[in-house]
Ligand binder design. Structure first.
Ligand code: TMP
Length: 209
C-alpha cells in the first residue's frame, strides 16, 4: 500500500525509530511489514551474511556492489512486492540510497552506473517516502560500536569512508527533496520519533489511507 525507506550513516538510531513507527502504525490499525536490507528474505539473508562477514576481506568492490543488488532484487521479489500487493505498509531499513551513498559516494563507483543497476534490481519500484537520519559521524560510529560487541565488515572501514557516506546521503536528499526528508538526530528518541510519525502521517494522509 505504501513503501517507506529509512536511511542514514552508522549509529543514526534508525532501527529504533522504525520499530517505534511500526508499533505506532499497527496500533492505528494498519497492516505493517518491517524489513531490512541487505536481507529481508531467507535467500537475501544469506547474501547479507556474506556482505557483513568481517572475515570476507577479499570480497572485491564489484562483487560487493552486485551482492547488495542481488539481495535487493530477491528481497523485493519475495517480501516487498507481495506485501504491497496485499495492502501492507512496508517499512524498510535501508534501500537503494544506501547503495548510492556507500558504493557510489564512499567506494567511488560511477553513480550513473549504480543508478542504472539499481533500476534493474528494483524493476521500477520507488519508495513513497524516504526518511534520512542525519547524525554527526563521530557520534554515530561511537553509538554503533557501543550497541554491538564486534564491528561488521562495513563498520571496519575508516572514518573517512563514513564521512563520504554522510555527504552522499545529504547530496541525495538535496537532489530529491520531495521524496527524501532529513531528520537531524540531535535530540532524544522521543523528539526524533515525533518528527518521524509526522512525516509518515502526512504521507498516509496524501494517500488517503
Ligand atoms: P545495517 O543493517 O547494520 O545497517 O548494515 C548494513 C550495512 O551495509 C551498513 O554498513 C550499510 C551497508 N550497505 C551498503 O554498503 N550498501 C547497501 O546497498 C546497503 C543496503 C547497505
Amino acid at each position: 500500500m505504501c513503501f517507506i525507506t529509512f536511511e542514514g550513516p552508522e549509529g543514526s538510531g534508525k532501527s529504533t525509530q522504525i520499530a517505534l513507527l511500526a508499533a505506532h502504525l499497527r496500533k492505528e490499525g494498519y497492516k505493517v511489514v518491517l524489513t531490512r536490507e541487505p536481507g529481508g528474505s531467507l535467500i537475501a539473508d544469506k547474501i547479507r551474511q556474506i556482505l557483513l562477514d568481517k572475515n570476507n576481506k577479499e570480497l572485491c568492490a564489484n562483487a560487493e556492489l552486485l551482492l547488495y543488488l542481488a539481495s535487493r532484487a530477491q528481497h523485493l521479489y519475495e517480501t516487498v512486492e507481495p506485501a504491497l500487493k496485499k495492502g501492507y505498509i512496508v517499512l524498510c531499513d535501508r534501500f537503494s540510497d544506501s547503495t548510492l551513498a556507500y558504493q557510489g559516494y564512499a567506494r567511488g563507483f560511477d553513480r550513473k552506473t549504480i543508478r542504472d543497476l539499481n533500476k534493474f534490481a528494483v524493476s521500477g519500484r520507488k519508495p513513497d517516502l524516504t526518511i534520512l537520519f542525519d547524525i554527526d559521524i563521530k557520534k554515530g560510529l561511537k553509538r554503533a560500536h557501543k550497541a554491538k560487541n564486534s564491528k561488521d565488515r562495513l563498520e571496519l572501514e575508516p572514518s573517512a569512508f563514513h564521512y563520504k557516506v554522510r555527504k552522499g546521503f545529504l547530496a541525495i536528499a538535496a537532489k530529491e527533496p520531495r521524496r527524501v526528508k532529513v531528520v537531524r538526530v540531535n535530540s532524544g528518541v522521543k523528539e526524533v520519533f515525533a518528527e518521524v510519525a509526522c512525516l509518515a502521517g502526512a504521507l498516509l494522509k496524501r494517500k488517503n489511507a
